[in-house]
Structures are given as C-alpha cells and as structure tokens.
Design a protein around this ligand. Structure first.
Ligand SMILES: [Mg+2]
Length: 382
C-alpha cells in the first residue's frame, strides 16, 4: 500500500482535519491543529506530505521519525500538531487495513470505558453552579471550571475570595460525589498561585490544572510538592522530552498531553508510559473534534494510568459546530453514567461525514484566542 494524497480541511468552530488516501482506497483521518493557528499547521502538513506521498503507511514509527528528526529543527506547537494529525490518520489507515480498532493493534485494552468530564462556566467563572448541576443531570461524574479571570502578578484578596466562593458554590450545588477540577489556565503567576492553592485545599478538588505556566514551574515546585491537591499539567507540552523535564520535578501528579499536539498516538503512548513509571496519572487533554476524541479513547483503552477523559460536547468554543456534527454515527460517543465506551470499529472507530465536512470547509474559520487586558492596559494571560 502507498500513500497517494494528503489534504487538509479547516472547519468551524476552530478545527482542522487531514485526510490521507492510499492507492488501495483505504482512507485515514486526523486532526492537525493548534487552536488559533489552524492555517499554519495545515501548511506544515502540506510541507510534510513530501515525506509521505508514495510511502507505505504501515511504517508509522519510521514516518514519525522522519517527520520529527528529518527536518533538523524539531518540537514545538506547529510541527508537533502537524505530525500529530498525520500520525492519527496513519493509525486509522492501519486499523482499517487490518479490520481492527487501533487499541487492538497496540496490545489490546485494559478498560472498555472511561469517565468523561465536562467544562462548566466558559472562559470566566460565573453562573457555574447551575451549569455544574446541568452537567451532573446529563450524566457527567466530574466537571472542570476556570479558577479566576484576569489576575495580575500580585493581586487583591477579593479576586482570591471570589475564586474560592465560586468553587465552594459549585461544591455546595453538586456534593462530594462529583469531581471538581479547577483550571488556572496558565493565567496565574507564582505569587498568587501559592495563595490560591492553599485556599482551595479545603474544597477537596479532583485536581488543579496549569497552576502556573510550565516554564515557571520551578518557582512553585515546593508548593506543588507540599499540597495534598493533585496537580495536573501538560496541554502545552509536545514531546517525550518536554514531559521528561516536568516528570523529573516530582511536582506534577497528572499529565495532560493532547494527542493533537503531543505527537499523535505514537508519541503520546510513550509519554503515558513514562508517566506510569513515575506513578503519575494520565488525563488526556481534548477540547477539539471527533477524531481527536476517538484518538484519545484509543490511547485510554491501553494506558493503565488513564483515569478520566476530557471531551468537548457543548463546550463554550463550539458555538457554530459541535463534537457530533461531523460524524456519521453519533452513538459512538454516547455518554452513560458519566462514562464513554472505547470505540470498537476499525481504525480510530469514527466515520467522518465527508460531504458535510467539505461544505463546512468552504466556510472555514479564522478562530483566534481572546486578547484580554488588565485594568492598567497591560496584556493578561487568557
Ligand atoms: Mg487547561
């Protein structure tokens, strides 16, 4: 079998798909995108197609290695997201060629379903209690919310008090059985992170996410090691080597690689195994589309340290298209009792509605991350 074509499609709400075709008619799909730079990643995919056309799609490790090491410069969000989408499509082709789901090709499953959690509250933590109750009513067993809105290096106590009050209100609304994760979103700098982590401790969170940007982790390593609240990190890290440095701090309890950014299935499995050897849990990041979620579930199937899966159904970014719009069989992502089954169809286990996708690609998108400002006019981390 030989790869015959590689094409990308940018579609709403903020996604990109790649379709890899072969001379035997088998087709694979991936999602090569970094949020806010979809066109740049699609250009990288087009450039990488020079290494793919005419090659046997079965040799995924070699193709991955050529794409990663063969360009001399490596890593980072653009290149790794391009490789990720291509890698997903190659696994999809291999599974379809063998008539097996990808997780069967990776050694089989350790679980047949996994817990899923839902975002509540959008970009700003307001009206979260009602949304949390709605999420529980829809069957989710855990929710994730933003901890703060704009917060400066050193900020006032009322911001801290409001953050605590928001989380406490959610805890009061949904009780102790439902997990609550609080995402600091890399918005918080070390001085305020220390305060917030301490004040949130009594609320028994499932985890705190991105307490600071990972490049600033050194500044709060002692705080993170000391808090009983599990610390999660990793949606902005891209390779084994990025995760090696984070795992070596001993300050992170849950890693959150995004298989649309962290090198696809091939690399993310290796990252998951490295984390398991540190007794660190896995919660794959996934605010993107159906191929992204199917990819995550194929990895979750065989990763012993996976405990929960993010998913984007109804997420605030999906205002003009949602998770299920691009798939033929929506039942593949049916959530029951807060869990979703591992897809068992061949390849990644989802079938893309290609006519619909091409119609939406004609529309495209120019999604950009919001630009926030502090009261003094300086940029705030979003
Ligand atoms: Mg996050």
């Amino acid at each position: 079998m030989k790869i015959s074509s590689v094409n990308t499609y940018q579609v709403p709400p903020r996604w990109a798909f790649v379709k890899i075709e072969t001379d035997e008619g088998i087709v694979g799909w991936g999602e090569p995108v970094i949020e806010g730079r979809a066109a740049t990643v699609c250009t990288a995919v087009e450039e990488l197609s020079d290494y793919l056309i005419g090659q046997d799609p079965a040799n995924i490790e070699d193709l991955w290695t050529v794409m990663y090491r063969g360009g001399f410069y490596r890593g980072g969000p653009i290149l790794m997201s391009a490789i990720s989408g291509i890698d997903q499509a190659l696994w999809d082709i291999k599974g379809k060629a063998c008539g097996l789901p990808v997780h069967q090709l990776l050694g089989g499953r350790v679980r047949d379903r996994i817990s899923v959690y839902s975002w509540i509250g959008g970009d700003r933590p307001s009206e979260t209690a009602k949304q949390a109750q709605d999420a529980v009513a829809r069957g989710f067993s855990a929710v994730k919310m933003n901890g703060t809105d704009e917060i400066q290096f050193i900020d006032s106590w009322d911001k801290v008090a409001r953050a605590i009050d928001n989380v406490a209100t959610v805890r009061g609304a949904i009780g102790d059985e439902i997990g609550i994760a609080v995402d600091f979103h890399g918005r918080v700098h070390a001085p305020m992170a220390k305060v917030l982590i301490r004040e949130l401790e009594p609320l028994h969170l499932m985890f705190i996410e991105e307490p600071v940007l990972s490049e600033n982790l050194d500044a709060v390593v002692d705080t993170l090691r000391a808090t009983p609240t599990p610390i999660a990190l990793g949606e902005r890290l891209f390779t084994r080597w990025d995760f090696k440095s984070i795992l070596s701090t001993g300050a992170v309890n849950i890693i959150q690689p995004d298989p649309c950014h962290s090198g696809g299935i091939t690399e993310t499995r290796k990252i998951a195994a490295m984390a398991e050897a540190h007794d660190v849990a896995l919660a794959l990041h996934c605010p993107l589309g159906p191929v992204a979620l199917a990819t995550c579930l194929q990895i979750d199937a065989g990763a012993y340290n996976a405990f929960i899966q993010e998913q984007s159904l109804g997420i605030h970014y999906n205002d003009d298209n949602d998770l299920l719009d691009y798939v033929v069989d929506r039942s593949v992502f049916e959530y029951v009792d807060g869990m979703v089954k591992i897809p068992t169809g061949p390849g990644l286990g989802v079938q893309i509605d290609e006519d619909y996708l091409k119609g939406r690609a004609a529309l495209g998108h120019r999604w950009r991350n919001p630009i926030w400002r502090h009261r003094d006019g300086s940029l705030s981390e979003w």
